[in-house]
Design a protein around this ligand. Structure first.
Ligand code: EPU
Length: 287
């Protein structure tokens, strides 16, 4: 969204050894830190962040389709046939992974094409579209906890819910997906359709953070906000999109406080009219 203040330090971590060393240093010196994926679902306050913002890159940007011998140890799930395991670094962009796996004739991520951010961020927040979330195809992950210990977690160790997981306190470094072999052209067609659908229903190309609010059960926050005739309503430089009312756009040098005021305003209006408490999907970091 191009808003929010600066961090004291920004550390680009390229290897697992660097990550572990950094976390040990942070703990020893009691420094605040925050890990970002693509930064696309996060709003930092105008004061920025007093501490270290960490971003993974380098080794964390690799994708590998695993051979049968490499996956032998975990083909226990008899219900799966015609599957392939894909190992992906947390820093890979979700859109890149979705297209890459589609090109290999592997299905399971194509519906998620168009969601911004990294694969690590997507798994942490269980990103998804209507009735489908990335957790469906996660088999196991590697993480480093905040104290610098490496751990492996299978899908049975992780609790995924609508747009959230219980992975707080861990930095996801690697994800093993289980994908279905399918017709490459059909998968690529889904990607094109998904892109087209988004072009028609979402303000692509503007400075936004995707949906601001989670959907209440069995409804759409966008539909609810729209029903209050709030499209185009703005505070400071931030405006509610006229295409999808759950997207707030930084139109004119808006700042984080404008965004927070607009979020609070919309929450109040929705509560007054419908008695529904909207929850933000974006994470607000108020240091
Ligand atoms: N609608 C309106 N007005 C609006 C927006 C939507 O009337 O301004 C109506 C639509 O016409 C449709 C219904 O509300 O009948 C649902 O809209 P849409 O299909 O756009 O889905 P959504 O529930 O608003 C969710 C996800 C999106 C994802 C879309 C498509 C959440 C919070 N949002 O939106 O995810 O792209 O489904 O699958 O779960 C995101 O999470 O950042 C995000 C963009």
């Amino acid at each position: 969204m191009c808003i929010g203040g600066s961090a004291d330090y920004f550390v680009d971590v390229k290897t697992e050894e660097q990550l572990i060393a950094l976390l040990k240093f942070i703990n020893k010196n009691n420094i605040s830190f925050f890990v970002i994926g693509g930064g696309s679902n996060i709003l930092f306050s105008d004061n920025g962040f007093r501490g270290i913002v960490i971003k993974l890159s380098g080794d964390f940007g690799c994708i590998e389709v695993l051979s049968d011998t490499e996956t032998d140890w975990k083909i226990k799930d008899k219900e799966y046939k015609n599957i392939e395991y894909v190992c992906c670094g947390a820093a890979v962009s979700l859109a890149y992974l979705a297209r890459y796996t589609a090109e290999q004739g592997l299905s399971g991520l194509e519906n998620l094409y168009g969601i911004p951010g990294t694969v690590g961020g997507a798994v942490y927040g269980n990103a998804g579209i209507k009735n489908y979330s990335i957790s469906v195809v996660v088999d196991k992950i590697e993480v480093v906890d905040y104290y610098g210990n490496k751990k492996f977690l299978t899908k049975y160790d992780i609790k995924f819910e609508y747009r959230k997981s219980d992975l707080a306190g861990n930095i996801i470094t690697k994800i093993f997906f289980v994908l279905k072999k399918d017709d490459k052209n059909d998968i690529l067609k889904t990607i094109s359709q998904e892109l087209e659908r988004r072009k028609n229903t979402q303000p692509i190309g503007t400075k936004n953070a995707g949906c601001i609010f989670k959907n209440p059960k069995d409804d759409s926050a966008g539909r609810i906000i729209d029903s209050l005739k709030l499209k185009n309503y703005g505070i400071g430089g931030i405006e509610i999109s006229d295409i999808h009312a759950n997207f707030f756009i930084n139109k004119d040098n808006g700042c984080a406080s404008d965004m927070i005021k607009l979020i609070e305003f919309v929450k109040n209006e929705v509560y007054k009219k419908y008695n529904i408490k909207l929850e933000t999907e974006i994470k607000i970091i108020n240091d």
